[in-house]
Design a protein around this ligand. Sequence first.
Ligand code: HEM
Length: 417
Amino acid sequence: MAEMITNPRSFGNPEKVHDALGWLRANQPVTQIITSEYEPFWLVTKHEDVTEIERQANIFRNGDRSTVLIPRDMLRAVESVMHSPHLTRSLVNMDDREHRIYRSLTQSWFMPGNIKKLSDRIRTIARAHIDRMLARGGECDFVSDVALHYPLHVVMEILGVPEEDEGRMLVLTQQLFGARDPELARDADAFKDTGKALAMFQAVLGDFHDYFNKLTEDRRINPREDVATVIANAQIDGKPISERDANGYYVIVATAGHDTTSASTSGALWALAERPDLLKRVQDDPSLIGGLVEEAIRWTTPVKHFMRTATEDYELRGQKIKAGDWLMLSYLSANRDEDVFDAPFDFQVDRTPNKQIAFGYGAHVCLGQHLAKLEMRILLEELLPRLKSLEIAGTPAWTQSIFVSGPKRLPIRFEAR
Ligand code: HEM
């Protein structure tokens, strides 16, 4: 069980992971996972419990230990090199006042009111990607031909990164998140040696930082209407934001903002390609697209987990969590919780309410959730009327990652109208 939950390869075969999580929800909903590779941690599998932990950000903190499950050797190596449990300083690794201050810098940018203003531009980007897809003449890999590039293009434009640099950003993000997937890693063999793995992560982050330092310099001299301008010119407690903090901010927005949305967009297409009845239903009634987006996000749950650290003893479902314990919040499991979702393994576009928790909850709830949903909705609004048929045309595959993962290949065949 512990091996299943902690081995990135398992996530290449999500059914098996779901079987294991289903068993845990029924039998050991809060359970301690002990392995040779990782520090022990509590695995929290129920929707209600994930929410209970996230609601109490004062007790279950982000800053004290890694917010992502990484091997024990790597944790130690990061601590010795960075003098902190984190490779970057970013929103997800902050707590309390500091977190509120940093989050408030861009919060209004990502609120529905502002994001809505971007609809026309996002629609233009969506149409360009769809035109390219349809020009492929009936077959494509939806992931590599559409889903990977569309959210990347949107988030890079919002951030202020020019189109010619997007390819580089995509590769760097995949190297950071899919770091152990042999097809995406910069150096998958590096994981045989902790020092090499850490050096590899630092090199990837170094590349991000080199790039973003230039962006900061430019936006201080030439302010624009983009998020980079907001970050580069931010003041924290009356002082200009430091290079390190600005970079941490760019990296979290740049990385959190596309692979995740690519995964859920591919999840939506996968469901439609498998179910002609569903495709027809949504084509006939586009008001269902909002529900389709929500369900695809639940179905795919691109972010599999985040970690928290308890600051005091706490009892959860009869388990005695001690101050200092590490907890994994399994969004993947919470989103299939039988106590919250009827027939959780069915893809239902008309689930109401759909209490999916793929964006987390509470103080750290996803900053980009409205943008992600808007992007998905616009793409589907533009694509679905242009399809006569859609089917799977090969064997889809999933990314092997315990953190962010989704479809890695989705070969489809389609007829355009
Ligand atoms: C945080 C999921 C898209 C930016 C998070 C968290 C999750 C998540 C689970 C942590 C929440 C928590 O700890 O409670 C997703 C999913 C997405 C998506 C599933 C797409 C379907 C985006 C986009 C952006 C973004 C498009 C930005 C453009 C962020 C940021 C944080 C975050 C900055 C950190 C917030 C904080 O710690 O205060 N996201 N995300 N995400 N997300 Fe997203």
